[in-house]
Ligand binder design. Structure first.
Ligand SMILES: Nc1ncnc2c1ncn2[C@@H]1O[C@H](COP(=O)(O)OP(=O)(O)O)[C@@H](O)[C@H]1O
Ligand SMILES: [Mg+2]
Length: 413
């Protein structure tokens, strides 16, 4: 028996780690090279480490390091020194923010809305600033930049997420109010897309789920349960863009946002590695996400998939620079590169053979009492007491819907 240890780096959440652990427990050993492979899961604790220590883990799933810097540095150490398999490259994850993602996508020929980065509003807390500003900061006309982009537009930081520092700007007065308030945040101005559909795609390894997103709704209603809300062409395009960005940056657990208007796909937010996969926000899509996470980690471990830290950007840029290729042709080529990176065909074969029992196993679990207990426990941990009944009913309803749809799907297969 080959044993693999999976480490989980967690924040406050207990829902998806419990689900992930339970599914792997029910799955049991998986056939692979050299016989059966078994999996142990541990929650990683924060401790001093010698940079030459050998970690116990073969693979780590991280939901903590985006804000907690001790494990963030440890991830770089274990990636660089020990070949631990991480779902997201800690190097690109840390250095490639919104800004770098816009640049990459523009370089690859995608339709990122017009975007300008403006200098800081307020002096940085740095004794050299006054000299640099006086000598090198050119005066600039914020109104003229906004005018050229056109209203409405969005002001948003070069980095970050969860709407931090993001505002919609309709006129000159709002422009100045937002810029004055930006302080030491470094800001982009970006043309607003008056979209028909907001598509949010969650990618886990070789799989991508595109969901209809409603950003104005409260958290538990943001993902609408709606299938076929994009035309087949637009759907393919959104999936391809997501896979492309993820392959390009070596992100295997990321969520991406595309605005679709009149059949055109405009990517706006593509650097959200280690995204929220909470039961309370994903609801209907939660079983899919857990299965994808189990499948991808098991696939990576059992097949000995090497962690790839090199970016090979030239291969992507060569497609972008190829004369005579249309936008659609380029997407087709990018899709091939992304599928090669994710080893999509082998992954699908592996799922169909070694993991064939997973669908039924997860359906049985979600239908049973263990899952319901997890659902209740999660609502109790997340919402105030007077909202428990409401949210338990809400989530049970959506999960029943999933059970019904999934039963139909498996019966037809
Ligand atoms: N160019 C844009 N056009 C239309 N809406 C936008 C645009 N940029 C951002 N938004 C809106 O603002 C929200 C937050 O911006 P986003 O770039 O996703 O930042 P964050 O990383 O904080 O989520 C988006 O979910 C979307 O609703
Ligand atoms: Mg966003």
């Amino acid at each position: 028996m080959t044993r693999h240890t999976i480490g989980l780096l967690l924040g406050t959440e207990d829902d998806w780690p419990s689900a992930f652990t339970e599914i792997l427990r029910r799955l049991g050993p998986v056939d692979g090279p050299g016989g059966p492979h078994a999996f142990d899961i541990e929650r990683i604790t924060i401790e001093p480490f010698s940079l030459r220590d050998r970690p116990r883990y073969d693979l780590v799933i991280d939901r903590l390091a985006y804000w907690y810097y001790h494990p963030r540095e440890w991830l770089k150490k274990v990636a660089m020194m020990d070949g631990v398999y991480l779902l997201n490259s800690p190097f690109t994850f840390q250095s490639m923010e919104k800004h770098a993602a816009y640049c990459a996508m523009m370089r690859l020929g995608l339709k990122v809305p017009e975007t300008v980065l403006v200098p800081y509003k307020n002096p940085l807390d740095n004794s050299r600033y006054a000299y640099t500003a006086a000598r090198y900061n050119q005066p600039f006309d914020l109104d003229a930049i906004a005018q050229k982009i056109g209203y409405p537009l969005f002001m948003k930081p070069y980095d970050g997420g969860a709407w931090r520092g993001v505002s919609r700007i309709n006129n000159v007065a709002e422009l100045h109010a937002a810029y004055d308030a930006s302080g030491e945040m470094l800001m982009h101005l970006q043309k607003a897309i008056d979209y028909d559909v907001f598509a949010r795609s969650l990618s886990i390894g070789a799989e991508t789920m595109v969901m209809k997103f409603q950003p104005d709704q409260p958290m538990h209603l943001r993902y609408a349960v709606e299938h076929d809300f994009l035309s087949p062409d637009a759907g393919l395009e959104v999936v391809t863009i997501s896979k492309l960005v993820n392959a390009f940056f070596r992100w295997e657990f990321n969520s991406c946002e595309t605005l679709v208007k009149g059949g055109e796909a405009y990517p706006i937010d593509y650097a959200n590695a280690c995204p929220d996969v909470a039961l309370t926000s994903l609801h209907y899509y939660f079983p899919w996400a857990m299965k994808a996470l189990v499948k991808w980690t098991v696939f990576a471990l059992v097949t000995g998939r090497p962690a790839r830290l090199d970016l090979e950007t030239d291969r992507f840029f060569a497609v972008a620079d190829e004369p005579g290729l249309s936008y659609g042709d380029k997407l087709g080529e990018y899709r091939k590169l992304a599928d090669a990176y994710f080893d999509t065909e082998r992954y699908q074969d592996f799922c169909a053979t070694s993991l064939a029992r997973l669908d039924q196993l997860v359906l049985d679990w979600v239908t049973g009492p263990g899952f319901d207990q997890l659902l209740v426990r999660t609502v109790q941990a997340v919402y105030p007491e007077h909202e428990h009944d409401q949210f338990i009913a809400h989530l049970r309803g959506l999960l029943h819907l999933w059970v019904r749809d999934e039963s139909t799907r498996l019966a037809a297969a």
